[in-house]
Ligand binder design. Structure first.
Ligand SMILES: [Zn+2]
Length: 430
């Protein structure tokens, strides 16, 4: 397992660097370029290329720092820090291990947040302003980032505390970890609009009947009862567009980003809603939850065996260790000090398993797109909404096929346009 991990680690560094190079380069073919020019101006195509290739050197550096951080933290700080925490808390007569987990997590996340902050600021603030996406002031941006960090930390802290509680039990209880993750996934998926959304967005009832009517019509046609339509003030943050659905059973609420209304006609917005209905009709949300459960079962065992192989798992809570006496790599999996290593193991295995997840996701998107076109019966509206989506988000039109295969959760825009065109052709021949 240790050799396998080291091989995957080396492969990760080499192959990921190659992928970064490919994603920068993209692949333009004569046929793709002709298709692109049919729907986009050369200026719009160039905009997408510029946005995709923004600050290339810095983005490579960002990824390198992000990758190295857990390793550096593990070798320099994890052991002394977790050991000191353990001793200090013991000295104070406190035996709550969960408290130690929480303090360690806070330090780890805060260090990572501070180190990554200049990159986040450059990509999330400076460049988003330069490309005309963001309307936030500096103060709003910092507040937003800090809120994101806080919410992310709280959610992760609950999961990590649960995981370490389970790590301290006999191995047989390990399967409880995927169960905890599954429960969390359910809660986050269904309670997102009530718990997390209000922390970032203001929602208001959507009143414009010109837009609401086609949305209701398309939903009714699909047998979905639209409960309420809400508008979210994404324009406060950016010009990126989106829409999604919430609710149990056939009764749904639709959430529309106000940015979507600004650049799309009522028919195009209804088409986007039809796509979301397509996901729901085909049970994609539930299927995704089930797949990520299967993924977390696999990951739990991978982490357990890899960590044990690297750290000579002894089973006891706090084996005596010292960074200087050569036993640096002897740390129980239940010691929070091993968290950075677990995070690195997760990063590396997730990278190698990413294509599986993304193949399924792209398949779901094609199904939803097909449903969307069939529902509306107007492939030209579908194509228009796809083209608008690409323009609004300055999409890169010529991603390299290998990069798409590995990373993309959605098919490239031109593939989706082609899907609409072939439907149009079929319609005409009928
Ligand atoms: Zn979709």
């Amino acid at each position: 397992m240790k050799t396998l991990f080291l091989a995957l680690l080396a492969g990760y560094i080499i192959f990921r660097s190659f992928m970064i190079y490919l994603s920068h380069k993209g692949r333009k073919t004569a046929s793709n370029e002709t298709l692109a020019l049919k729907y986009f101006t050369p200026e719009e195509i160039k905009n997408g290329e510029e946005y995709a290739r923004k600050s290339f050197g810095l983005s490579v550096l960002q990824r390198a720092v992000d990758f190295l951080f857990p390793f550096v933290f593990f070798f320099l700080a994890a052991k002394p820090l977790s050991w000191t925490l353990h001793e200090v808390l013991k000295g104070m007569g406190i035996h709550i291990v969960t408290l130690q987990v929480l303090i360690f997590l806070a330090v780890y996340f805060l260090c990572s947040f501070i180190i990554m902050l200049p990159f986040r600021f450059h990509f999330g603030y400076t460049l988003e302003h330069k490309f005309g996406f963001s309307n936030m002031t500096k103060k709003e941006w910092f507040l937003y980032s800090f809120k994101q960090f806080a919410v992310g930390t709280v959610i992760t802290a609950i999961i990590v505390c649960a995981a370490y509680y389970i790590f301290r039990r006999p191995t047989i209880y390990l399967w409880l970890i995927p169960v905890v993750l599954l429960a969390f996934e359910f809660i986050i998926t269904f309670l997102y609009p009530y718990l997390i959304l209000p922390l970032f967005y203001k929602k208001s009832r959507f009143k414009d009947e010109n837009y609401a009517r086609p949305m209701r019509e398309v939903a009714e046609k699909a047998g979905v009862k639209v409960n309420k339509i809400f508008q979210i003030n994404e324009s406060k943050y950016s010009k990126h567009t989106n829409a999604f659905f919430t609710g149990f059973g056939p009764e749904k609420s639709i959430y529309i980003f106000d940015t979507l209304i600004k650049t799309n006609t009522p028919e195009q917005v209804a088409s986007v809603v039809a796509h979301e209905i397509g996901h729901w009709k085909n049970n994609h949300v539930l299927k995704n939850i089930f797949l990520s459960f299967a993924g977390s079962v696999l990951m739990t065992w991978i982490v357990y065996f890899t960590y044990s192989a690297i750290c000579c798992y002894t089973g006891s809570d706090y084996p005596h260790f010292s960074l200087l006496d050569g036993s640096a790599l002897t740390m129980s999996i239940s010691d929070i000090g091993g968290l950075p290593l677990i995070s690195a193991i997760l990063t590396i295995f997730s990278f190698w398993l990413a294509p599986i997840e993304n193949i399924v996701s792209r398949k779901f998107e094609v199904t939803a797109d097909t449903y969307e076109i069939g529902m509306g019966g107007h492939p030209e509206i579908y194509i228009k909404s796809m083209v608008q989506l690409a323009k609004d988000n300055r999409s890169f039109l010529f991603p390299h096929p290998l990069v798409t295969f590995w990373y993309a959760s959605h098919p490239p825009i031109l593939e989706r346009v082609k899907l609409g065109e072939s439907y149009e052709k079929n319609q005409r021949t009928k």
